[in-house]
Design a protein around this ligand. Structure first.
Ligand SMILES: O=C[C@H](O)[C@H](O)[C@H](O)COP(=O)(O)O
Length: 228
């Protein structure tokens, strides 16, 4: 087995790209797994695949431009046929934690307008219960300390995400609070409780949005996760 075929993120991503057909509008995810999907889409576009795409981050938009993937403005877009994106955790009900790269808000806007959301992960992301990965919550900068206190009152430890000794700022100009819940017993209730706090823009829980989850394994195999 060569190195390329044993990259589980890549094998999952390339499998997902098989679902893209001529004429589709495609949402491009963000992160190190979605990267491989975008690369593969770029190769298929070079070979004649006719699609239009929208990106979930500035990073993915730049990659798409480099690869010659045609992007369309949101003003010309009504619905997206399929979005391929990564996740930080996925449970048996296909609920997700996303936002490790800070792109959760744009990802959720695009996922919620997509007929299909294909999630691509390596086996390490599949969990029985969400919450080991600290849940990213995007908050406006104004009064974020107060927002952080309200999040703590929900039973988590929120930490302001930092990058290069500065608070990390999202593509939308907001902060991220990474919230350690240890375990999230009811993802849906947790999602709603967080989003009711003023100052919260959105959180990284994606509840019943995925329509397919493709998992890549270290041994080179790939399979679709069964819904429990
Ligand atoms: O904000 C980033 C996204 O939600 C990513 O899709 C997620 O963090 C998974 O990223 P990766 O594939 O790099 O593990």
């Amino acid at each position: 087995m060569n190195h390329e075929s044993s990259n589980p993120k890549r094998t999952a991503a390339e499998k997902a790209v098989e679902y893209i057909q001529d004429g589709m509008t495609v949402g491009l995810g963000t992160g190190s797994t979605a990267y491989w999907a975008i690369q593969q889409i770029g190769k298929r576009v070079l070979s004649g695949l006719q699609i239009k795409a929208v990106a979930t981050s500035v990073q993915s938009e730049n990659l798409a431009k480099e690869l010659g993937i045609p992007l369309i403005p949101f003003s010309e877009l009504e619905e997206i046929d399929v979005t391929i994106d990564g996740a930080d955790e996925v449970d048996g009900a296909w609920n997700l934690v996303k936002g490790g790269g800070g792109a959760l808000l744009r990802e959720k806007i695009i996922a919620s307008s997509s007929k299909q959301l294909i999630v691509v992960v390596d086996e390490s992301k599949v969990v029985d219960q969400l919450g080991k990965f600290h849940l990213p919550v995007e908050v406006v900068k104004f009064g974020y300390e107060l927002t952080r206190n309200k999040l703590s009152a929900l039973g988590c430890e929120p930490k302001l995400r930092m990058m290069d000794q500065q608070p990390f700022t999202t593509d939308n100009g907001n902060y991220i609070l990474d919230c350690d819940f240890k375990q999230i017993k009811s993802p849906s209730e947790c999602h709603d409780a967080i989003n009711h706090i003023p100052g919260v823009v959105d959180n990284g829980l994606f509840i019943k949005m995925a329509t397919r989850v493709i998992v890549g394994y270290q041994d080179g195999s790939v399979e679709e996760l069964k819904l429990v």
